[in-house]
Ligand binder design. Structure first.
Ligand code: ATP
Length: 247
């Protein structure tokens, strides 16, 4: 992958259930920070809340990165936002204009190009498994309900980068973003994240956390909470089992 990725310990596998699941096992066995698993084919990719992440062999880039935070640095509370920004920057460097969507998606032309799934090693909140799936080409058998809201790089770029090249660019950008997050917390990335947020200043609805919250998306806090300006004042929404939609 070249010098940019030299700091990573890279494991490429032809097939696995989920790169996050595999890497979690390696993390429990003591794998060092910056261990990466990339799979040509992922048979049981996951999203949040045990949702599925679909991919077709070799036509998506699915990988997971283990990041162990140094003692005293930021805990992973806003990590999915920081990672999203790293992906957005790397995609921009590859020529694809993308936006982040709170808390864990990357959109292009309003459709989902990539997803992030952060999982924390049980009993060790300072170690995070960062799972990433990017569509290079949509699976031909993707159900229409998902495909209608999905997009792949082959639709966005005249020539898609190879998976190897894309992985190298992503890892180098992610490492830079994670080091910044580690030293400054999300506060150091917040303004840029907000400027890239697809719903910044728009009317939105938060669903799934009890009563829906409706209002104008006015930004995020240094902890990664979403700020919604409602009739009753500004409400903070924490990342959890909630979905963000335009109204
Ligand atoms: P919400 O949009 O409600 O916030 P989510 O973004 O949290 O949901 P995730 O768990 O991040 O959802 O991703 C899983 C969802 O993404 C699936 O339920 C499916 O709708 C969609 N999806 C699955 N595979 C792909 C793919 N390859 N490309 C785009 N979208 C996909």
């Amino acid at each position: 992958l070249g010098a940019e990725a030299a700091a990573f310990s890279l494991n490429a596998v032809a097939e696995c259930d989920s790169t996050n699941t595999q890497l979690m096992r390696q993390a429990e066995a003591g794998a060092p920070s910056a261990t990466v698993i990339v799979a040509d084919r992922q048979s049981a990719g996951r999203g949040r809340r045990e949702r599925v992440w679909l991919s077709s062999p070799l036509h998506s880039l699915t990988f997971s990165l283990l990041w162990r935070f140094a003692a005293g640095s930021s805990a992973p509370e806003a990590l999915s936002l920081a990672v999203g920004l790293g992906l957005q920057r790397a995609l921009a460097a590859a020529g694809a204009t993308a936006a982040v969507k709170w808390p864990n998606d990357i959109l292009c032309r309003g459709r989902k190009l990539a997803g992030v799934l952060i999982e924390v090693q049980p009993g060790d909140i300072k170690s995070a498994i960062i799972g990433i799936g990017i569509n290079l080409r949509l699976p031909p058998d993707m159900p229409a309900a998902i495909a209608d809201n999905a997009i792949a790089l082959d639709e966005v770029l005249p020539q898609s980068p190879t998976r190897e090249r894309l992985l190298a660019v992503l890892l180098s950008e992610l490492a830079a973003t994670l080091h910044r997050y580690q030293s400054e917390g999300f506060a150091g990335l917040r303004d840029e994240w907000q400027a890239r947020h697809v719903f910044q200043g728009s009317n939105v609805r938060i669903m799934g956390g009890g009563e829906d919250i409706e209002g104008i998306c006015s930004g995020v806090t240094d902890r990664g909470e979403l700020l919604i300006k409602t009739e009753k004042g500004t409400q903070r929404v924490i990342t959890g089992d909630v979905s963000l939609r335009p109204t």
